[in-house]
Design a protein. Structure first.
Length: 208
């Protein structure tokens, strides 16, 4: 009778150790992915002529580049630039419950005019529960414009704004939204550049 008890304890210890190792492995994998993305971003900064990326912020142990990176890259799976955002990962019936609630409260045309996110012009509200598992608990600014919901992500790239947009009726994007790309389930990645840069424009159903 004692042997099974000892054996059960052994299995529990081995199983717990394996679970801990798997958990650490996942955490390390994400950390490694984030570090690779950071190194790629540093390379891009150097190519763009930013030579002082290692300058530290006053009173901070982190270099300026790391501070900017940590503040603007919401998750390594979302990449660096507006057109690297992945497809939604949550597809159940509740995946857009928060989106429907937001639109029921605020309507489909909170912001008028060509600029969706312009200085002093936008009237964003907070939204939480986007259908991406890694950010579903995060809160972002959002505004609707002519039947499209725009969600703004933080960015220090050469775009005035970028994020995701929910466009279930394939409405035309505002003229200032120079870049947009369908990523799945009526969701788009979008970019609004400060400079007249030609970006990808791909509506749902269109080939890249």
């Amino acid at each position: 009778m004692k042997v099974p008890g000892v054996f059960a304890v052994f299995l529990f210890v081995v199983g717990f150790s394996g679970w801990t190792a798997d958990t650490n492995s996942v955490a390390e994998s994400e950390a490694a992915q984030r570090e690779r993305l950071y190194q790629r971003w540093l390379t891009d900064l150097w190519k763009g002529g930013f030579a002082n990326v290692d300058l530290a912020l006053p009173g901070s142990a982190k270099p300026l580049a790391r501070e900017l990176f940590d503040a603007t890259v919401i998750h390594p799976s979302f990449g660096l630039y507006w057109d690297e955002i992945p497809p939604p990962t949550l597809t159940n019936a509740d995946a857009i419950a928060s989106v429907n609630a937001f639109l029921a409260t605020n309507g489909w045309n909170m912001q008028t005019g060509n600029l969706v996110f312009g200085y002093g012009m936008e009237k964003p509200k907070k939204i939480r529960g986007l259908p991406w598992k890694v950010i579903c608990d995060r809160e972002f600014n959002a505004v609707s414009h002519e039947g499209i919901l725009y969600v703004l992500f933080p960015s220090v790239q050469r775009h005035a704004g970028n994020g995701v947009a929910y466009n279930p009726k394939t409405n035309a994007f505002a003229p200032a939204i120079s870049g947009f790309k369908h990523v799945g389930q009526h969701w788009y990645a979008w970019g609004q550049p400060e400079d007249p840069i030609k970006l990808t424009q791909q509506y749902e159903g269109q080939k890249p």
